[in-house]
Design a protein around this ligand. Structure first.
Ligand SMILES: Cc1cc2nc3c(=O)[nH]c(=O)nc-3n(C[C@H](O)[C@H](O)[C@H](O)COP(=O)(O)OP(=O)(O)OC[C@H]3O[C@@H](n4cnc5c(N)ncnc54)[C@H](O)[C@@H]3O)c2cc1C
Length: 585
């Protein structure tokens, strides 16, 4: 017996589930969103929100993006990444992070209309969830997914209504498992994983205390504390993380994963807070404590049949680099339009296979990067002479040696500076966040040569219109002089084209494709006296095509085909390309 019917059942209201629901509802797809618990995230786990994620929120609507900024700590207050012996103690060094360095800020400004910010999960989730529900998502809290069976036409899921303690059956065309790091959905479809869970032990201590006097003059979201035990478990060092400037904090401290998790009571939490802040009298208003494990595992495949997994269900890793929630939301952006097109019969079901093909390499990349970032704290410990002792007296002595006037001490100072600067791979890795290039049969490169990265691809974003890449950002101007990012001229559930003077035939080709396939294609022509003008030459400097060429962009803002110039059979060609991309016969 079926109690509820919907097109898509989404399990989990975290960043992956709520973003997928919000996007599906924006695309007019019926969906039901369930959550095991009675409400959304109770602790501010994710916070670093990168530009690509903000672009997804912007695609949901500028009002959604604006509300995120309203609750977020702005980029200017994020980046004096401090390494110290305690907040009150000695500062060992700092690394300007998250776009704080002027060079990095310029790269950020050139790359996107959106800004990186610090938005705790306790604000991000309600925003996505509210957007979903206000646009049509039907949501049920206290509803636990238990199992499902799949047949030719859909999926029948069995869930437990925790209020009545009764089982309910939900029939959907597709099932999305966005149910986090212990995903039952991923387990039930037996997704193949690589890596290991539980490689380190960690604890969160969330508290309120006004720490302005230690931090306001060097604003940062992360203060790394080097004390005895700081290299055991955890995420590389002791961490005092800003939740709200400067009176709400989260301490992340490690424990030995080979021992049972410690009992973190008020006394224990207060002691850790006093040690890391460096104030033996500090009084904290303890909000919550929890223990968790550092994982190093990713799914080699993210879907099976009519079931798709997204977010931590498929990539399980430490918070290093701040990629978890970001990647989860971006998974949703890749998946939602594909589900919408297939459900509306605008695309063949094979389009859905490209979700796993495009996103699983990213799962592997971010899990590997986040775990590597923990290991890259090692050279800091080495430079300070701390690798072979936990004795506080010896530690202090070794660290103080760098203050001597001697060639050895000068070398030590140099090694410490280099080790701290190297942490840009964790705290300022703009390329990791922005360089995603999809490869699948819904991206047609037709022998086009992929541009090589000119700089380190983890650190620097490189704009390109090579098919598979996200459309680069450039400002263009409408007839009233108002500026628009190219990202604002595409997406929102539709395909888009960009061309220039001499490319008028592409507009006719697009109209023909629209009529024949029953889809909408947003047409943008950029040039003097056209809809949009490239006054500052930003677009022409990065578009890699001639004025009459064409860039075809998918609803997730990734380029799926380009033609460097006008061609003679433009209508047939565009039609053929679109059919291939949509797997439409
Ligand atoms: C200390 C810390 C700091 C972090 N910092 C960052 C950061 O700066 N930036 C970043 O991007 N990420 C960060 N992360 C990671 C981020 O929190 C996760 O990657 C993110 O929450 C994953 O989102 P998700 O939607 O996949 O899963 P989750 O947020 O875990 O959500 C899973 C959802 O599924 C529900 N659920 C589970 N099982 C069932 C079931 N059987 N039935 C029904 N519902 C179910 C849960 O109730 C929940 O709603 C951090 C994590 C930690 C621990």
């Amino acid at each position: 017996m079926t109690d509820i019917k919907t097109d898509v059942l989404i399990v989990g209201t975290g960043p992956a589930g709520s973003s997928t629901a919000a996007l599906l509802s924006s695309y007019g797809i019926d969906n039901v969103l369930i959550n095991n618990y009675s409400w959304l995230a109770g602790t501010p786990r994710a916070h670093i929100t990168n530009q690509r994620t903000m672009e997804v929120l912007r695609d949901l609507g500028k009002e959604v993006e604006a509300e995120a900024y309203l609750h977020a700590t702005e980029q200017d207050l994020m980046g004096e990444n401090i390494f110290c012996t305690s907040l009150a103690g000695e500062e060992l060094g700092r690394m300007k992070s998250w776009g704080k360095h002027p060079n990095s800020r310029a790269e950020h400004l050139l790359s996107s209309p959106s800004f990186m910010n610090d938005l705790p999960q306790t604000f991000m989730e309600p925003l996505l969830y509210k957007t979903a529900c206000s646009r049509g998502t039907q949501s049920r809290m206290s509803t636990q997914y238990l199992s499902h069976i799949e047949d030719e036409d859909g999926v029948l899921s069995t869930c437990l209504d925790k209020l009545s303690n009764k089982e309910i059956k939900i029939r959907s065309k597709y099932l999305v498992g966005a149910d986090g790091g212990n995903s039952k959905v991923a387990e039930n479809i037996d997704l193949p994983f690589e890596g290991k869970m539980g490689v380190g032990g960690s604890m969160n201590i969330l508290f309120k205390a006004d720490l302005s006097k230690y931090v306001a003059h060097r604003p940062s979201v992360l203060y790394w504390v080097l004390q005895p035990g700081a290299d055991i478990g955890g995420i590389g060092m002791g961490l005092v993380r800003m939740i709200r400037p400067w009176n709400e904090w989260l301490i992340v401290w490690g424990y030995d994963i080979n021992q049972p998790a410690p009992k973190v009571d008020k006394d224990f939490a207060t002691k850790v807070a006093r040690d890391l802040v460096g104030d033996p009298e500090l009084e904290i208003d303890l909000l919550s404590v929890s223990t968790w494990t550092v994982n190093n595992m990713y799914a080699k495949k993210m879907s099976k049949g009519r079931v798709f997994c997204a977010g931590d269900a498929t990539h399980r890793h430490p918070p290093s680099n701040g990629l978890g929630s970001n990647t989860s939301i971006q998974d949703g952006f890749n998946l939602a339009w594909k589900l919408a097109y297939v459900i509306k019969d605008k695309a063949g079901a094979e389009l859905l296979d490209t979700y796993s093909i495009e996103r699983s390499p990213i799962a592997k990349q971010i899990v590997t990067r986040a775990n590597q970032s923990i290991a890259e704290f090692g050279p800091i410990f080495e430079a300070l002479g701390l690798t072979d002792t936990q004795d506080p007296v010896k530690m202090k002595k070794n660290m103080d040696e760098r203050k001597q006037n001697s060639p050895k001490a000068e070398k030590q100072r140099q090694a410490l500076r280099e080790a701290i600067a190297f942490k840009k791979y964790e705290f300022d890795a703009h390329g990791v966040e922005m360089n995603h290039r999809y490869k699948s049969n819904s991206v047609l490169t037709e022998g086009d040569k992929e541009p090589e990265f000119k700089k380190d691809k983890e650190l620097f974003y490189q704009p390109t219109t090579y098919p598979g890449a996200r459309i680069p950002h450039a400002w263009v101007y409408d007839k009233t002089g108002v500026k628009h990012s190219l990202l604002d001229l595409c997406g929102k559930g539709n395909f888009s084209i960009f061309t220039g003077i001499g490319g008028e035939e592409w507009l006719k080709a697009a109209k023909n494709t629209e009529t024949q396939l029953g889809i909408k294609i947003q047409c943008n022509i950029i040039g003097p006296d056209q809809d949009f003008e490239d006054h500052a030459g930003e677009w022409s400097s990065i578009r890699e095509i001639s004025d009459s060429g064409l860039i075809l962009v998918r609803p997730d803002q990734h380029i799926c085909w380009r033609s460097k110039d006008m061609i003679s059979n433009s209508s047939e060609k565009l039609m053929d390309v679109m059919k291939k991309i949509l797997h439409k016969r």
